[in-house]
Design a binder for this molecule. Sequence first.
Ligand code: DLZ
Ligand code: SF4
Length: 510
Amino acid sequence: MPRLVVILGDQLSPALASLEAIATDDVILMAEVMAEASYTKHHSHKLVLIFSAMRHFADTLQQLGHQVLYLKFAEYPSVLSMTDAVAYALTKHPELSSILLTECGEYRLEQEIARWQEQFNLPLEQLSDDRFLCSRQQFANWAKDRQQFRMEYFYREMRRYSRLLMNDKNQPEGGKWNYDKANRKACPPDLAQIPPLQFEPDAMTRDVMVLVEQHFTDNMGDATTFRLAVTGKQARQAFLHFVEQQLAQFGDYQDAMLLDQPFLFHSICSMYLNIGLLDVRWMCLKVEQAYKDGKVPLNAAEGFIRQLIGWREFVRGLYWLLMPEYKTRNTLAAQRPLPAFYWTAKTQMRCMQQAIQSTIDYAYSHHIHRLMVTGNFALLTALNPDEVTDWYLAVYADAFEWVELPNTLGMALFADDAVLASKPYAASGKYIQRMSNYCQHCPYDVKKIYGEGACPFNALYWGFLDRNSEQLGGNARLQLAYQQWHKKPEQEQQAIRQHADLILNSLEKL
Ligand code: DLZ
Ligand code: SF4
């Protein structure tokens, strides 16, 4: 019996479970729809990436002999959502007698899909997404008897399971599981930078760029500057370029930031991986091989593999374990609205300006920008988690809720009742000064805590600890910070409080 096989915009993998299961008379449905393009105000590069990669992928499927029904954006007036697209496809193909898809990546859409069976009165089969090493069920089993979920323990199991960077005795290569401490060097400003591979848009991508410019006029970014990969072949090229040119230094400088160097030694491949153009096992094997060949040091290979099979799989597991309640958490009762400069980069704070400008230019900024600059600022100023998580979901080309929500709500905002992080990643200007050269190019003085021209991160940091002392004062990992705060003379504490309040009441002016 022929089936309707629905493939979503982040399922562009030839080895997708539903494609592996496909039969010759099945019909594949892919659709560019308003509901998916507007549930958040996606960056224009994210829209171009997804639509163009979808069109290229559909082309390949057709060339392989599959029957593909591809609905282009705005060409089908009755099709505004994935549900509408399915309804349209079933009218066009009344012979189809069931619906098949690989489980989707977001709770919101999963709820919509769950209604199809009743709505269309057809059996609906959903396959586990085996592009992840750990299935939702496996993660739930791992989590079942644990009071606390710590990435490190999960990661060790994933290393054993995948056998990546393990020696013959099933022990971690080099004797240690984690070389995180060797991933925190500041980067010398004159270190040679090799930019990530960019791709000249072909005719198909250019069509999409025009479409996005016409229909999404208010979204962040300039669609005409789009240069990302849109096929699996290009994405693999971009990744191999990273392995050959950047990976060796990725380990040391993973947390570093430099003025006007938005990419440093990062792979800029998360957006390809998250829509299925790259395969996580293939990437990890390439990195492991580079280490075995003596081309990259262990801290680089381990640091990269940890992000992929540790952190990435861990946050996905937690997302599915804890949704939908997870999204409603707001541990520190943060309520302040997001300042306008998150959309414009118009702020004098150099670190924020740099992190936001690269977001505007590339729908990308690296993890320290996200965690320790824009995220840290949002934490310290008690910005509303709904607004902050929606911003991250919108502006990054790699952002899908399963990965974005735990990273933002849990890791950056410490709003998830300490499920993801055991302490808030709060930091003063000192951290940013140590990890970047931004402060040398900033009108604020990173050495000043309060008074005219003081770096806002300083008073905000102490103000944050002071304001939340009831909830955070007992946290073992913050004892040193609280001791430092309590050692300050009362008069100084008062001046810091006042300065922090002044900033909090005029965030838009920073
Ligand atoms: C993100 C996105 C966008 C912008 N547009 C589409 C689309 O038009 N059609 C589609 O099938 N998928 C799109 N996606 C990806 C989906 O939103 C994604 O599958 C869900 O968010 C689940 O991860
Ligand atoms: Fe950021 Fe403060 Fe440094 Fe300016 S001085 S770049 S605001 S940390």
